[in-house]
Design a protein around this ligand. Structure first.
Ligand SMILES: [Zn+2]
Length: 81
């Protein structure tokens, strides 16, 4: 499905933000690198957390920063200039 894209101005300049519905988060994985090597850990489809502050996100669509970082409203407000 089409994801709406908007732009916000941040300290790093103009950045793209995509707006994802709940279904757009299906099948995401977290890749962790540890002393045991790289591991991919599936992210549960029903719990979407802010990648900046780890707050549970319950409102959709969710702003997604730089292609893969989900943001809560507070963090979106924080990175906006
Ligand atoms: Zn946050």
């Amino acid at each position: 499905m089409m994801q709406e894209t908007t732009f916000i101005d941040t300290v790093d300049g103009r950045q793209e933000v995509q707006w994802w519905d709940k279904e757009d988060f299906r099948g995401r994985v977290n890749t962790l690198t540890s002393s045991f090597g790289r591991r991919s850990i599936p992210i549960p489809d029903d719990s979407i957390h802010c990648d900046f502050c780890n707050e549970l996100i319950i409102e959709f669509p969710v702003p997604v920063y730089r292609g893969s970082y989900a943001l809560c409203k507070e963090c979106l407000g924080d990175i906006k200039q």
